[in-house]
Design a protein around this ligand. Sequence first.
Ligand code: AMP
Ligand code: TRP
Length: 334
Amino acid sequence: MSKPRILSGIQTTGNLHLGNYLGAIRNWVEMQSDHECFLFMADLHAVTVPHDPAVLAENTFKVAATYIACGIDPAQSTIFIQSQLPEHSELAWLFNCVTPLGWLERMIQFKEKAVKQGDNVSIGLMDYPVLQAADILLYEPDSVPVGEDQKQHLELTRDIAARVNFQFGSEEKPVLKIPEPLIRKAGARVMSLTDGTKKMSKSDPSDQSRIDLTDDPQAITKKIKRAKTDPARGLEFDNPERPECNNLLSLYQLLSNQSKEAVAAECKEMGWGQFKPLLAETTVEALRPIQEKYHDLMSDRAYLNQVLADGKTKAQAIAAPTLAKVKAAMGFVQ
Ligand code: AMP
Ligand code: TRP
């Protein structure tokens, strides 16, 4: 029997942070031995907000190197660049013509990002989830492992697939396979270090709010030392009045690979002065091997280029027939 297939991606905007690692990449690594994995760099999504052409390509290599440094094995998984497969943009166009505008106007991420862009909101920003639906449905995955913030986009993807099937397929012969979202509870929402009610994000103007996977030990220690806390004594999970406490404990739990119960017991009596150095050291040690591998990979461009060329070929072998199937169902000249 063939392995279940998963597909996921990360935008190539800025450096990846602990949220990307714990909410997404780490889950892919765990799944890769018993799943067929398609993992890509969403560089077409990166240009939905104003971008700097001088760093776009470099950011794409950085994300690819991060996947591999975190444990994605190019011999097992397919790693590719979204913009190198025209199938993504072409299927997005076809989906544009079946997706009601009202569905996109409801997207929370669009509304949040549009406010930040002011007068400069592109059609691309609104269309972002339609491209994401194309990214996903081209590969007919069984499930899509992402962080909590992507839930609405995955629901939209399912709605678009169902609509295409309804309009151009039949019940016995659906055009597209409808995938399941896969959102793990642990790590699905890593919060900002400066505000435990906001998610850790690449777009937060404050560098202090996130730990980038490439931060050096001094930077990590300083950020954790300055992280927002509260005056209550003792540390605990899941107290809604203590979002920062829950977030920092969860980071410690995930990065030290312990159970929640073990961490709750270990930290019950601790104060911040004792806990923060422990979290800082744990984070530095967890990221050290990833950073070493990352720097090696970034200095071996020939190897990265080879991985991405192989990935493109393997991805296209799946994406091209799916696109052809949709075009045929919609009635285009064969
Ligand atoms: P992005 O950086 O927005 O392209 O996100 C890439 C992946 O990381 C997606 O699966 C997101 O859901 C996940 N992700 C981003 N930020 C966080 C966060 N703060 N906590 C958990 N997962 C996140
Ligand atoms: N929108 C996703 C994010 O911000 C990135 C993404 C683009 C994606 N296309 C995708 C994730 C397809 C999963 C599947 O995280």
